[in-house]
Write a protein that binds this ligand. Structure first.
Ligand SMILES: NC(=O)c1ccc[n+]([C@@H]2O[C@H](COP(=O)([O-])OP(=O)(O)OC[C@H]3O[C@@H](n4cnc5c(N)ncnc54)[C@H](OP(=O)(O)O)[C@@H]3O)[C@@H](O)[C@H]2O)c1
Length: 352
């Protein structure tokens, strides 16, 4: 288990009305989160960074409570899940394409209860149980906070009795799988589908969905992920640490690549002419796809409405959540370590 160490706590309560601290103040070292014209005076805790770096830059800051404007919804967060993107954003490795505005509150996957709505919100009301995506890059204020602003279009009602923890584990991975398997690959009964990285968040949802749609599913995993993908219903399972799937698979109709690199490179060769390849992790070689008669799609984001598609699959049980471990906010650095060490199988969820 990862060694746990405390995350520093900074106070930023006495901020200037414009959302930033008095320069030189001993008390206030970090500006407030995303400026919002209707911010109130109440406070909350939020996981913030003021610079890129390793887990040493993670700070639990006391910040002003945001208030929703326009089509924003204020969520009283119950749970927020980590994704590989969170470590990438924290490190700054993605800053050329996804720059953060500091101080930045981290986190996207969120579940909680509506605390307030902006004046343009018509579909949600105070008290609703919702889940969705609070990434600042999508107009939210960041999920790993006691309260989070989320664009109403990035939220949906939590289906049935699904817990906040399970709901928080689903939005990014689940919508990515639905977009790939249903909307881009258009998987149908009887088709042969290869899912590269079946034991991950995207892959786990994708296997369940492809099996639900009646497909034959081949996939890769390693370690205890091998048992997981079999449990999810995969028909053919390859250990990527010692077996080359591309030597065993031919004439597949569809590929979902969630790994990139060499596995993506090899996946072209297993598709039949007219087949479709979707990668959520690597660049497409269009010339090669053309030569082989393939449709190849680099799926970088999800379309509007896909969260509600996911909700329907969760409501019927076609897709189920896979939570590996929960952490309290105070142990969020250990949670990030586990994410990057890949030491937890299943989603890592922070309890707020
Ligand atoms: N484009 C988008 O909109 C979008 C959205 C979400 C995620 N993503 C990307 O999709 C990818 C998967 O995300 P996730 O949340 O599912 O991640 P995850 O939960 O960390 O899963 C990673 C998967 O990759 C597998 N893997 C790791 N190293 C491998 C290797 N060398 N060879 C073969 N497989 C390997 C793992 O298998 P084992 O652990 O069993 O070895 C696991 O199945 C990430 O790159 C993420 O950034 C993209």
């Amino acid at each position: 288990m990862s060694e746990q160490r405390p995350v520093p706590v900074l106070k930023v309560l006495d901020a200037e009305p414009n959302g930033f601290c008095e320069p030189g103040s001993d008390y206030c070292e970090v500006p407030n989160p995303q400026p919002n014209p209707t911010e109130g005076t109440a406070s909350m805790r939020a996981l913030q960074i003021t610079e890129y770096g390793d887990n040493g830059v993670l700070t639990i800051a006391d910040v002003s409570l945001p208030a929703p404007a326009g089509s924003q919804v204020l969520i009283k967060v119950q749970a927020a899940a980590l994704n590989p993107l969170d470590a990438t954003l924290r490190s700054g490795h993605a800053q050329a394409v996804m720059p953060l505005q500091f101080p930045a509150t981290l986190g996207g996957d969120v579940a909680g209860v509506v605390a307030a709505v902006g004046p343009d919100v018509t579909d949600f009301a105070v008290g609703d149980r919702l889940y969705g995506n609070a990434y600042t890059l999508l107009g939210g204020s960041g999920a790993i906070a006691e309260q989070a602003l989320v664009q109403s279009g990035n939220l949906a009602p939590i289906p049935g009795e699904l817990s906040f923890v399970d709901a928080a584990s689903m939005p990014v991975g689940g919508t990515t799988a639905v977009e790939a398997i249903v909307n881009n690959l258009k998987v149908r009964s009887g088709q042969k589908v290869f899912i590269s990285g079946g034991s991950g968040a995207v892959g786990s949802a994708a296997i369940q969905l492809a099996k639900h749609l009646g497909a034959h599913v081949a996939t890769t995993a390693s370690g205890d992920g091998l048992d997981l993908v079999r449990e999810l219903g995969a028909d053919e399972v390859f250990d990527h640490t010692n077996t080359d799937f591309s030597e065993h698979l031919r004439n597949f109709d569809a590929v979902l690549d969630g790994v990139g690199g060499a596995p993506l490179d090899k996946a072209y060769g297993i598709l039949r002419r007219g087949g479709t390849l979707v990668s959520v992790s690597g660049a497409i070689d269009q010339a090669r796809a053309d030569e082989l008669g393939l449709t190849a799609i680099r799926q970088a984001a999800q379309s509007d409405g896909v969260l509600r598609q996911l909700t329907a699959y969760l409501a019927t049980g076609a897709i189920t959540a896979r939570v590996g471990r929960t952490y309290p906010l105070e142990e969020v650095a250990a949670a990030f370590t586990a994410l990057e060490n890949r030491s937890v199988r299943g989603k890592i969820v922070i309890i707020l």
